[in-house]
Design a protein around this ligand. Structure first.
Ligand code: SAM
Length: 208
């Protein structure tokens, strides 16, 4: 794990309340609706990459999903989310790890979700490592939902540089085995009253 990155995120989550970070939304409505559409079976296995302290896991449990993994580089973020969920936290698998470096079970997931993590990978090596993880861990025919800052989104987030994407440039990072189902843009209103453009891409992994 890159120690600097881990320390950066630990410091953010130790210092800020869950609703005091720019990416906070009460509910990740677009993410939830894409996951529900891509996985009608509530037994589908879902992994949320860089779930942070978001309420997506609460909403997935409320929606009846039974096979959820939340991965984040920050143990603090995971602990806050577990505490919020209380007893329901036991129904979720929690992984504190850097997605570019951890070992994932091959073909384990029907749905891969990431809101606002991929855009922090500013080096081609990091992005290649991430895409290798997706290709390994998502079942053939599974869904990949990735949301980054859009072309008019911010150039930095929480003090870190980001890469902004349009549909083509994001899809190109993943390659031809990922069939684009749809993409959309979202104007996210931050807790500070400003707006940020997000891009959502929803792909299906080629069924072999
Ligand atoms: C901008 S926040 C988004 C949190 C959440 N997905 C949301 O939409 O509310 C980015 C999250 O990714 C996590 N993160 C950053 N780099 C990571 C990495 N290399 N591997 C795993 N998690 C990472 C951070 O700890 C943080 O929780």
């Amino acid at each position: 794990m890159d120690e600097d990155e881990r320390t950066h995120w630990e410091n953010i989550y130790r210092q800020k309340a869950p609703d005091a970070v720019s990416w906070y939304r009460r509910h990740l409505e677009t993410s939830l609706s894409l996951i529900e559409r891509s996985a009608p079976d509530r037994n589908a296995s879902i992994i949320d990459i860089g779930g942070g302290e978001s309420t997506l896991v609460d909403d997935l449990l409320a929606s009846g999903f039974k096979n959820i993994t939340v991965l984040d580089i920050s143990q603090t973020a995971i602990d806050v989310t577990k505490k919020r969920l209380g007893a329901a936290a036991k129904k979720v698998r929690w992984v504190a790890a850097d997605i570019t470096q951890t070992v994932l079970e091959p073909r384990a997931y029907e749905v891969w979700h990431d809101r606002a993590v991929f855009h922090f990978l500013t080096s081609p090596q990091q992005r290649r490592a991430y895409v290798r993880q997706v290709a390994l861990a998502v079942k053939p025919g599974g869904s990949v939902i990735v949301s980054t800052f859009g072309p008019e989104g911010p150039t930095k987030c929480s003090g870190l540089n980001v890469v902004r994407y349009d549909t083509d440039s994001l899809h190109n990072e993943f390659g031809a085995h990922f069939h684009l189902v749809e993409s959309s843009k979202e104007l996210h209103e931050t807790p500070f009253g400003t707006t940020q453009q997000f891009l959502y891409c929803y792909c299906r992994v080629e069924a072999k």
